[in-house]
Design a protein around this ligand. Structure first.
Ligand code: SAM
Ligand code: TMP
Ligand code: ZN
Length: 415
């Protein structure tokens, strides 16, 4: 167990600028969000302290304890991006967008950081365009490689990016989805971007938006892998330190609210009105003010208390509760709220690597979705609330036969 799980420091040093990071939220002792345990495993489970602070100098919101990257991203990493049809379509559209706008020159190159099972690069492969994916997790890298995608099974950072530049020349696009916010060693990555990006290339990344996390009290977006919670304000300041500029932003509906940030070399491209507008909006709503952060922490505690009360009431009245989607996010909710197999019988999940295993920390059994029809509960707690439409459509019969879904974003309720 990490030592700081016992006595967390109130301040740490900012991973972006070295300033002082002050805690505003403590979600307690937490297991690794994507390490599922075999029921036979009796080894000691790893825990760390999940507490969050904001840098007083550059405003970056970040975790205050870092989990070593090899503990999270390895040969047994169980998150396969292609598990959602909505996300498959989202990334096919993303790739088509690049192919039509940025990848039209002579033998263009696109590099993806965190290419996972190839959900985005498969469209680029189909178009016959030169590409490379960096993907350190062997489990998912193997799937992409098997599908004919060029994958380097390594972490993207300064050294690996420089090596690629020597082999392949400059990149027209560097893309990262739900990965850049996973990387505490941001200096090394941005040095790598600087080494690899062509003079008029773009570095595009999309991650959960801190503005949406606060508006929706979606505190389950905070877990070991989500080291940074980005805003336009903090991203602009971060990239400026590396001679780069935030030139465009776009709100995305996926994963409960994200922003796609487009970065170019300083002065290379005009800055869009959307950047100015989003930064003004963040300023106006006081997104980074101490009052907002305090109010957010208060809302987090009341959502937790409300969810516990709702689930306990259902069970006290003789009802049963199962959950749907053994998401990394759910580790935060379950372990922060102290939920366990006493309240939640089991979790349905379509990922073969998670089935037959126990969830991190709380040890709730994970079973295939087919088991739902055999013995349906009265209530299903939707851990994968970001895929609500897709999952509720797939399991429409559950509500039709009288079942009810429980959601906790933006507050606990049943539908
Ligand atoms: N891009 C996919 C998506 O949006 O669904 C995958 C996202 S997954 C949550 C994060 C991925 O980033 C994992 O597959 C992990 O192995 C990978 N990753 C973590 N650190 C990385 C790094 N430094 N370079 C490249 N990939 C990394
Ligand atoms: P995510 O919210 O991090 O994308 O994780 C979604 C989890 O939910 C992942 O373990 C796969 C699972 N899932 C299902 O079981 N059925 C589904 O239809 C979808 C979309 C996801
Ligand atoms: Zn800072």
């Amino acid at each position: 167990m990490a030592a700081s799980a016992q006595s967390p420091p109130a301040t740490t040093r900012c991973r972006v600028c070295g300033g002082s990071v002050e805690r505003f939220l403590d979600l307690g002792r937490q297991p690794l969000s994507d390490v599922f345990r075999s029921p036979q495993d009796d080894t000691e489970e790893f825990f760390y302290r999940l507490h969050v602070g904001q840098c007083g100098s550059c405003s970056m919101v970040q975790l205050m304890e870092e989990v070593p990257r090899e503990r999270m991203f390895h040969a047994d990493y169980p998150y396969f991006s292609s598990g959602s049809s909505v996300m498959r379509e989202h990334f096919a559209g993303t790739a088509r967008g690049f192919l039509e706008t940025e990848l039209t020159g002579d033998d263009p190159l696109i590099v993806e950081i965190g290419s996972n099972d190839g959900v985005m690069l498969s469209t680029v492969r189909d178009a016959g365009v030169r590409h490379v994916g960096f993907e350190p997790s062997g489990s998912v890298a193997a799937v992409a490689r098997g599908a004919g995608i060029r994958v380097r099974e390594e972490f993207f950072e300064a050294t690996t990016a420089e090596a690629l530049r020597l082999e392949e020349g400059p990149a027209d696009v560097i893309f990262a989805a739900n990965t850049f916010c996973h990387i505490p060693y941001i200096d090394s990555v941005l040095k790598g971007v600087d080494a690899l990006l062509g003079p008029d290339g773009v570095f595009v990344f999309e991650d959960p938006y801190f503005g949406d996390i606060v508006s929706r009290t979606s505190f389950d977006q905070i877990y070991d892998e989500h080291f940074f919670l980005f805003s336009a304000t903090s991203v602009r300041a971060m990239v400026a330190r590396h001679g780069l500029e935030l030139v465009d932003v776009r709100r995305l509906p996926v994963h409960g609210g994200e922003v796609r940030y487009t970065i170019a070399r300083a002065g290379a491209r005009p800055v869009s009105d959307a950047v100015t507008a989003l930064i003004a909006e963040e300023e106006e709503r006081g997104l980074h003010s101490p009052e907002t952060l305090r109010a957010f922490a208060g809302s987090v505690a009341s959502v937790r208390n409300g969810l516990i009360a709702l689930l306990e009431r259902i069970v006290a009245e003789g009802g049963t509760v199962d959950a749907y989607g053994a998401t990394a996010k759910s580790a935060t909710v379950v372990n922060y709220a102290g939920l366990g197999p006493g309240l939640i019988r089991r979790v349905y999940d379509s990922t073969p690597a998670k089935q037959g295993m126990l969830t991190p920390g709380a040890h709730i059994p994970v079973v295939p979705p087919a088991a739902l029809r055999e013995d349906p509960p009265g209530h299903l707690l939707l851990f994968a609330w970001n895929h609500a439409e897709e999952i509720m459509e797939k399991e429409r019969w559950f509500r039709e036969q009288g079942g009810r879904w429980v959601l906790y974003v933006p507050e606990p309720h049943t539908v």
